[in-house]
Design a protein around this ligand. Sequence first.
Ligand code: HEM
Length: 265
Amino acid sequence: MSLERRDPHDHRGWMKDRDDLTPIETTYLTVLMYLDKRLRIVDYLELLETLYYKVNMQMPKSHTEQYNLDNKFWYWYPLYALGSFSVIAYLVAAVSGALLGFYYSPAATGDPSTAYNSIVFIMTELRFGFFLRSLHRWAAQVMVAAVFLHMLRVYFTGAYKEPREVNWILGIILISLVLLFGYSGYILPWDQLAFWAGQIGVELFLSVPLAGEWIAQLLFGGFSLSQSTLQRMYILHVFFFPFITTALIAIHIGIVWMQGIAEPH
Ligand code: HEM
């Protein structure tokens, strides 16, 4: 046998026994050859394969896995699903939020404001608009509750201990982000609730020693509510928080994937 490394992009021989192939296999190989000639995708597929095997070398195996014990009953404890439940609520909020974005406009001008009017339009005229808005609001609130309960589960099963401290700290950042995400959304309807919640936010930051005025200016665009406030909350809500929260959730779950779930003690 030759020890020479075969060129993975040399397609001769891929279809050598064409008669033995099923139509699905022929289609698959034809598409693969077409893409590989143009994008060298075989290299990337090999990279993915290597990654797949690396990922399977999970770091600390749980006691049950290490000793191949049959009792994997605890895998099914319902409270272990709260993290995944948070992800589902997040996805529902993301999709319904993206659809709401087609109809909402972040303008504080006019009386009642354009922003408020766009919410009234969604609630009263848009077909299934009331459903979409309710879905978004409920998904957001369910997510906050689920994340909080997930945190309690992690605490009471001792899953925050070594080697999972990094994920605990990441979790603290995540729950803060989720709350701020909710707060920025609460301001968007620009109704009485939103206005006074905004006012409380400004006062809250103004009470921070030294940096208070600077933070209030940065986040609210001034010390009283205006178009700048609504615009900033809007950009935080639809651009800044989605990117950063999604990235951190991906890292959080990536770490769970590498470390494996902590076993209850
Ligand atoms: C956006 C919010 C969050 C999402 C989507 C999320 C998602 C998840 C998921 C899917 C798991 C797998 C195990 C499970 O579902 O119980 C997990 C595990 C974990 N989470 Fe979260 N989480 C979030 C927030 C938090 C918070 C607030 C904390 C704590 C401060 C935290 C700390 C941890 C730890 C330490 C683990 C490993 C637990 C174990 O190995 O048993 N997470 N997370």
